[in-house]
Design a protein around this ligand. Sequence first.
Ligand SMILES: C[S@@+](CC[C@H](N)C(=O)[O-])C[C@H]1O[C@@H](n2cnc3c(N)ncnc32)[C@H](O)[C@@H]1O
Length: 398
Amino acid sequence: MKREDIAPPYTAVTQHEVFPQPKHDEVARFNFLANFNRFMATALGPGNKRAYDNRVLPKFITEHGREPQDRFEIRKAMNQDPWHQLWSALKRNSMEMRQQNGRALVLRQIDKLKAKTEELNRESDRLELDSSVRIPRYQAAVDIHCMPGSYHGEEVKNDISAAANYDCGIFATTAGGIGALSDGGGQALVKWIHQQRPGWMPKRILDIGVTVGHNIVPLALAFPDTEIVAIDVAAPVLRYGHARAQALGAKNIRFIQSNAEDLSRWADGYFDWVQTTMFLHETSGTALPKIINEGYRVLSDGGLMFHLEQPAYTDAMPLYEQFIRDWDAFNNNEPFWSSMHAIDLYAVMVGAGFDREKLFEAHVKAVVDRSVFPATADEGETEDHGRAAAWHAFGAWK
Ligand SMILES: C[S@@+](CC[C@H](N)C(=O)[O-])C[C@H]1O[C@@H](n2cnc3c(N)ncnc32)[C@H](O)[C@@H]1O
């Protein structure tokens, strides 16, 4: 086995003050799952393409007299293939096991976690909850990526369990690819902006769909004099996210319960940076343009809109790749995933008011701490053997 096939151990996770404390068996399960995910990606995953090339495609051509015309035809055909069925069932199961392990770990210490969170949130004017905010249907209709109760579900009063579960399991799901604090995307953003606009000091940043703040805390620490507003519809993630930010020393973020489809509490041009990270694919075809339009309105002239996402399915992307990337939509409770990746997001940005010439795209690779993927002396500081996560980023300057 090559070194890059092995996931980093769960002991590499940074356990901040509100992080759920895992016991030996829980750590062992996360270690198994991280390596299982890695094994499925590197050893079993390529078998899907072989099944397609050697069995499924020739059979399809014989039956239809042509190649598949879209990713949906490939999915229908692949769903009959025994290798793909096995791989798919294992992948779905690994997600369910990850949720069960994280959920059980959190619930057995819920009182302690709640008390710690409440202590860090007490008398703070930077946490604003609003029980009148309704959970949009696209969030409430399914348990997003198999998380029991999604981000907003509450088992006990002032619950934070959904958030603590999200925080403690993401390292296993990503096999360490986003770092010890799962903030590799945010750290990459800091690096990106320092390269793009050296010395720029944004006055106000809006982060939409903050969840527990994995990717906004690095920005808050990099720009300590910037006022950061982080919004989300789900109260549990905001309670936990605020406490986590305090624990990590980020004191300039206001966590506000609010729906991004309506940002009317903020005046036109109020922010000079509006962003989302791994968020848009969990909205809907109606909500997404509303959010971009509202984001444009509250952005100042010369300000930056930035989105970190998975790549769109362009005509240049092979249909097989579109099919395999679509897996989450049909098997991992990500209902908008497939249609979002087929939307021309640049057209949505132009529709909101941005000049086409001011649009940009970038490829962003997670900054992953050396403690997660230790490098030998001759490998240099950034060696991760291809294990760090990579995203497609796009945006515009107004
Ligand atoms: C995939 S998570 C985002 C991850 C997060 N930005 C990060 O980088 O770690 C999606 C989040 O968006 C929130 N959300 C979904 N729709 C929303 C909306 N219309 N307005 C505000 N938050 C929303 C969900 O509650 C959830 O916490």
